[in-house]
Write a protein that binds this ligand. Structure first.
Ligand code: ZN
Length: 203
């Protein structure tokens, strides 16, 4: 399986990183080796001490598809969840400044936290889902899928123009504002529409 990540999908987050507003979704891939084992802590990697958390709504593909029309996108997923796209921010900024690919900053081992999957039937409107991230009991990020520049169905259609979507692929749909650095012993808890999605400790 592969993980397809969307960058710059929330206006307030684009502003906080001083990025330009994109005309099209920004996409990047992460291999399956980035998946953090369920209930395992996140270990700050040896190559940097500057890791940011990015809480994101995630979608699990359940059907193979290519060139999917947006009106049919809903047929390609039935589970939704919440995850963290851990990012080596200073390394990413270095790579960006040099015009180099981001992989080392984004696709390192353990950088993809995938929380509990929920049947999408549990939610009334996938385009109005609130979600939040708490760090040591204090809310640090909150968002709503209604703030996405490109909504889930539009993303699936767009992504499938470039990459064949396969069963089990996961889409990280972008982070809202409020990203920040993790510190050893932090505990992060994610909620999607009021449901507990994950708890992870930083080591
Ligand atoms: Zn992200």
């Amino acid at each position: 399986m592969k993980i397809i990540c969307v960058g710059r999908n929330y206006a307030a987050h684009i502003k906080e990183l001083q990025n330009e507003n994109p005309n099209e979704p920004v996409l990047f891939l992460k291999p399956d080796t980035t998946i953090l084992q369920t209930n395992h802590p996140f270990f700050i990697p040896h190559f940097t001490s500057e890791i940011d958390y990015e809480v994101e709504v995630i979608v699990r593909i359940n059907r193979i598809g290519k060139h999917i029309q947006e009106k049919f996108s809903h047929k390609y997923y039935n589970e939704i969840g919440l995850g963290i796209d851990f990012t080596a921010r200073s390394l990413q900024n270095e790579l960006k400044a040099k015009g180099l690919p981001w992989e080392k900053a984004k696709a390192f081992d353990g950088s993809s936290l995938i929380g509990t999957w929920f049947d999408k039937k549990n939610f009334q409107d996938l385009n109005a889902l609130s979600f939040s991230l708490e760090r040591n009991g204090k809310r640090v990020q909150e968002g709503n899928t209604n703030q996405m520049l490109w909504k889930i169905d539009a993303l699936i259609s767009y992504i499938s123009q470039f990459f064949t979507l396969k069963i089990g692929d996961v889409i990280f749909t972008g982070t809202p504002s409020g990203v920040g650095a993790v510190i050893e012993n932090d505990i992060f808890v994610g909620h999607l529409d009021g449901k507990h999605a994950f708890t992870v400790k930083i080591k």
